[in-house]
Design a protein around this ligand. Structure first.
Ligand code: CMC
Length: 436
């Protein structure tokens, strides 16, 4: 007998089916709730709402576990690479050799952007935030491939996937080059994904540029760790935009914007800015801990806490170790890392953080590595976007192929004025609504 939940409302009993996932998580299926009872559910922030069934990513926030297509994130960070992980997320399995070669070839060979795209950058102010530039330019790709925007044609979707994966690093690096007034280098298709990105970021036509292998490796691991995180805000945005049957470029452009905010992908930038503020203020960690705990102070310890993880974010453990390795190998001494370690140590012993289950998240240490690689602070959220791209694509594709595909359209509880009449301008002195 399938399990059900009984809802008693106005003397009537309704049976609501329970759906169960492969890892045992359960949900009440309320799809028919409104049509049968007239009720809707109310869940601000969607904290108790499952928006879809998905086979892509599993995370258990209580145990600090994260799997992509069933494979633990720790194994992928150690044994895979970003392009292979992208294939895994998008197509659901690890690629065989020929599939990997095909995917790799196309992700590398679509890296150049149309020459006209470079002119867009002339229109942006030099100090534009690169997230705004990247989202705009990604959205503009839809104008260059107008005859290939189908959301149901497998081949057109495949090409859009190759183009997005290949061009985002180029578009991202150009946003930085524009901000410092340097020429836009062409991608080098003989290089690996992250080496090519670093070369586009930091090379100039005047001298040869050598990519440090540890820098390319660290970036690759960071991209893997950011590649998907089930129904987070930006991914839900990509799905919601995609639910209008809107093309992949537009959906990803919206995802980049959703990621930008400091409560989501912008947190890595905020962490470094926060650490710098504490450092410049004499390194008084306790002062900022007290501010974070003060209910009358809006200050939060950036890089701490997570909507889903109520335990260590498994990504932060890997990144912390990686940060040590990168700083050691590049010979960089980073006072902000020492400050971050001190902050973490105090927070992990503090009853406020323990009781609220606030642990370091993915953003707490990633900025330290980006900083060691000379990536400017306002580019940190862009690095997150480059990593999250295959996750967005995989989630968008899964949804388009879902037999339960449906336009996303939440309801609301209206709490505004009831019906009132239009008041002509000359009578509007008293704004008290004139009611029927
Ligand atoms: N510092 C101090 N207090 C905090 C923090 C923090 N970083 N995070 C949560 N709290 C407190 C909060 O004040 C609240 O206290 P109270 O119950 O007394 O009102 C309680 O913990 C619960 O917070 P919440 O905002 O209701 O929890 P949430 O699940 O909505 O928030 C969060 C999750 C990530 C928005 C939040 O922890 C936060 O603002 N963290 C800092 C920003 C950050 O690091 N964001 C990156 C998230 S990971 C990357 C990603 O997925 O994008």
């Amino acid at each position: 007998m399938p399990e059900t939940v009984k809802l008693v409302y106005q003397g009537k009993t309704y049976e609501l089916p329970v759906v169960e996932g492969t890892m045992g998580e359960r949900a009440i299926d309320i799809g028919a709730l409104r049509s049968s009872t007239g009720l809707i559910t109310f869940d601000p922030g969607y904290v108790s709402t499952g928006s879809c069934k998905s086979r892509i990513t599993f995370l258990d926030g209580e145990r600090g576990v994260l799997y992509y297509r069933g494979i633990p994130i720790e194994q992928l960070a150690e044994k895979s690479n970003f392009i292979e992980t992208a294939f895994l997320l998008i197509y659901g399995r690890l690629p065989e050799k020929a599939e990997m070669d095909y995917f790799n070839y196309h992700v590398i060979h679509h890296s150049m952007v149309h020459e006209s795209i470079k002119k867009f950058y002339d229109g942006f102010p030099n100090n534009s935030h690169p997230m705004a530039v990247c989202s705009s330019v990604i959205g503009s790709l839809a104008t260059f491939y107008q005859d290939q925007l189908s959301v149901r044609d497998e081949r057109e979707i495949e090409i859009a996937i190759h183009r997005l994966m290949a061009k985002l690093p180029t578009i991202a690096a150009y946003s930085y080059k524009k901000s410092i007034g340097q020429p836009f280098p062409y991608p080098d298709n003989t290089m690996g994904y992250t080496s090519n990105f670093l070369k586009m970021m930091f090379s100039t036509p005047c001298e040869p540029y050598h990519v440090e292998p540890i820098a390319a490796k660290a970036l690759d691991i960071l991209l893997i760790l950011h590649a998907d995180h089930e129904q987070n805000c930006s991914t839900s945005t990509v799905r919601l935009v995609g639910s209008t049957m809107c093309n992949l470029y537009a959906s990803i452009s919206a995802g980049i914007y959703a990621l930008w905010g400091p409560l989501h992908g912008g947190a890595n930038q905020s962490v470094i800015e926060m650490l710098q503020t504490i450092y410049d203020d004499g390194g008084n960690v306790q002062k900022y801990m007290d501010k974070a705990k003060d209910p009358n102070d809006s200050f939060r310890l950036m890089g701490f806490g997570h909507r889903v993880y109520k335990n260590f974010d498994p990504r932060s453990k890997i990144i912390k170790k990686l940060a040590d390795e990168v700083l050691l190998e590049l010979g960089v001494r980073e006072p902000l890392l020492e400050l971050a370690l001190e902050l973490e140590e105090i927070a992990l012993k503090d009853s406020y953080f323990l009781e609220k289950k606030l642990y370091p998240n993915v953003d707490f240490y990633s900025g330290i590595i980006y900083k060691a690689l000379n990536i400017p602070v306002n580019m940190f959220p862009v690095m997150f976007a480059m990593g999250r791209l295959p996750g967005w694509i995989a989630q968008w594709k899964e949804f388009q192929e879902d037999p339960e595909f449906k336009l996303g359209r939440p309801r609301q509880i209206y709490i505004g004025d009831t019906r009132r009449n239009y008041v002509p301008m000359e009578k509007r002195k008293n704004q008290t609504p004139e009611r029927d």
